[in-house]
Write a protein that binds this ligand. Structure first.
Ligand code: J2J
Length: 531
């Protein structure tokens, strides 16, 4: 394992002092924050899942009980715990309980499988893995058994739906400090293996409080959790945590389809939700003929991938609510269009940063600032943007500048108002409707096939998802021919999340090269057009 010093890259002391002095970092832990919410909003409903409800006071108690259960099982402060839960009420007591204990949730998506969970558990030396039992006909106990067999540190598999059935002493430790890492969030990634993002209580709570304010949340807010709850967008922009901060109500939605979500919006009088662009398109289509009463909806946030201006313009006329574009990243920086922005900015930009102390640099490939208003690489630094990935010294040397700016890999231009327009991407990633695929990760799996000589994955345009993935594959001479279906089945058999399985597979004899002899992905992307 890497030495512990690479677990977390601190902000320079003077910078940290400045963030504290400005009031961004308030020295509050999630545990203290939750106690405060319980004191302020006690009997109000915090979370709804089907027929089940948790008030603020119950959530606070449940967090202490979960913390006690984990402590009783031998999990302690600083331990890593892989959390793989869908949109169910238990997510909050589990995560808030781990925060209270000082153990670090490692967030994953329900679609992740053996390859991802195994890697994340091993890379963090996780001691426990929290699963939902069976969900969407998938048995997470079976997955957990496979992962456990492969990862020696993993001692415990905990079914969240069975938690709290055995009485345990509540735990309410106090030795967690606000500067500590609270959890590890998953990065979209562009390299071989997914990277983890250490976020502190101080920095994350700042982004949550500020987001709640920008989005004008109140105790009247009813938020539908339509995207996966553990995603950074759903959790903090302003998401579940922002809604709790404001004393509002979080409604768990088991699936984001209109058939499931629309009746919940009507029944719970939902006021806001967050979607990725392809889902926004599906909702816009479905809303036209819907019989459900969607009139409570005041705000639709869309982010995770670029929303087409044309779709953005349809939100208010079709859904009868305001649109907010959100351009964020689990590494930190989040941009929002604002309530009082003129329509052309709401429709045509991806918003401006949360904080006056979010530093934005837009540069060329030599890190020289481009002229104002022109497209360049977005670099950023600020009070809630990390300075380094977890245990990734080598990668950190390229992902951050020497003076601590994070290289987002996004190509943007900035308007005089400060609003950013996302024009493209320089990182080797496919953004499949908001789900990020690191090209190299999937290429490495393809290369494991004995008949594959080389493989290269690129994004191809898609009218609904924005992008899909296409794998270009060179077979070994003399190897038995493969079909596209066999290649896809092979990737699936490697235990990858389904969204990473190439949508298309093309067999080629060679890859176009760049001037310096690397594979030219730009020319591969245009290959269809050329041939
Ligand atoms: C274009 N690209 C976008 C947008 C993200 C809020 C919202 C989203 C995320 C997220 C998040 C985009 N238009 N509106 O964490 O808190 C692409 C960029 C970015 C990457 C980050 C949040 N919104 N993107 O999507 O960590 O390429 O976070 O760098 O999953 O998504 O992905 P992720």
């Amino acid at each position: 394992a890497a030495p512990p010093s690479t677990d977390f890259t601190p902000w320079p002391a003077a910078t940290a002092d400045r963030y504290r002095a400005a009031g961004y970092w308030q020295g509050e832990t999630f545990s203290a924050w939750l106690h405060g919410l319980a004191a302020r909003f006690g009997d109000r409903v915090a979370v709804v899942d089907g027929q089940r409800r948790w008030t603020y006071a119950e959530l606070d108690e449940a967090a202490s009980r979960t913390a006690g259960t984990f402590e009783g099982l031998g999990v302690s402060r600083g331990d890593r715990v892989v959390v793989q839960l869908p949109n169910i009420g238990e997510f909050l007591p589990v995560v808030l309980g781990l925060f209270r204990l000082g153990a670090l949730p490692v967030f994953t998506l329900p679609s992740h499988r053996r390859a991802e969970i195994g890697h994340l558990a091993a890379a963090t030396d996780a001691v426990a893995y929290v699963i939902p039992g069976v969900w969407e006909r998938f048995d997470y106990h079976a997955l957990a058994a496979e992962v456990r067999a492969a990862v020696p540190s993993l001692r415990l598999v905990i079914d969240a739906t069975a938690l709290g059935q055995e009485p345990s002493e509540p735990f309410d430790g106090t030795d967690v400090s606000a500067g500590d890492v609270a959890f590890l969030q998953l990065s979209g990634g562009s390299t071989g293996l997914p990277k983890l993002i250490p976020r502190t209580h101080d920095d994350y709570l700042y982004s949550v409080r500020a987001s709640a304010e920008i989005c004008r949340l109140s105790s009247d807010t009813v938020y539908l959790v339509a995207l996966p709850v553990a995603h950074n967008f759903t959790m903090s922009s302003p998401g579940v945590l922002g809604v709790l901060h404001a004393g509002g109500r979080v409604v768990m939605c088991p699936a984001p389809s209109p058939a499931v979500a629309f009746p919940l919006i009507a029944a719970q009088r939902v006021t806001m939700t967050a979607l990725v662009p392809p889902l926004a398109l599906v909702w816009l289509d479905a809303a036209a003929g819907a019989t459900d009463d969607l009139s409570s909806l005041e705000l639709l946030q869309v982010g995770g991938a670029r929303l087409a201006d044309e779709a953005a313009a349809r939100v208010r006329p079709v859904l009868g609510c305001a649109l907010q574009q959100v351009f964020g990243m689990a590494e930190g920086l989040v941009n929002y269009t604002r309530h009082d922005d003129p329509p052309e900015l709401v429709v045509g930009t991806q918003g401006r940063p949360i904080s006056p102390d979010d530093e934005i640099r837009i540069v060329d490939s030599a890190d020289v600032e481009v002229p104002a208003g022109t497209v360049g690489h977005l670099l950023t630094r600020g009070p809630y943007t990390i300075r380094g990935y977890y245990r990734a010294a080598e990668h950190n040397a390229v992902a951050f500048t020497a003076d601590g700016f994070y290289r987002t890999g996004d190509l943007v231009r900035q308007l005089p108002s400060g609003h950013l327009v996302v024009e493209g991407r320089a990182k080797d990633q496919i953004n499949r409707g908001g789900e990020k695929i690191a090209a190299e990760e999937v290429e490495n799996h393809l290369l494991a096939h004995p008949a594959v000589l080389d493989a290269s994955i690129v994004a191809v345009p898609d009218p609904v998802l924005g992008e899909r993935s296409c794998a270009y594959v060179i077979l070994r001479s003399g190897a038995p021919a493969l079909t596209a279906g066999q290649v896809r089945a092979f990737v699936r058999s490697r235990g990858l999340a389904a969204y990473k399985v190439p949508d298309r597979v093309e067999f080629v004899d060679s890859f176009p090269q760049t001037a310096v002899g690397k594979v030219s992905k730009a020319r591969l992307r245009h290959r269809e057009g050329l041939s």
